[in-house]
Ligand binder design. Structure first.
Ligand SMILES: [Zn+2]
Length: 51
């Protein structure tokens, strides 16, 4: 079963919940697809490394 959760706040892509598996990340009321969540995590990791 595939359920539309909403659209990614970053790229506007539809984010689905499929068979209980959530195809994205929900954080502080913001919805992100996996791609944008990965990018955001990379950015965070990068800024931490960079100091
Ligand atoms: Zn996205």
């Amino acid at each position: 079963m595939r359920e539309l959760i909403g659209t990614c706040t970053s790229c506007g892509k539809n984010v689905y919940c499929e068979s209980g598996f959530f195809d994205g990340v929900q954080e502080n009321g913001k919805l992100l697809c996996n791609e944008c969540a990965d990018k955001e995590m990379e950015n965070k990791a990068y800024s931490i490394q960079k100091g």
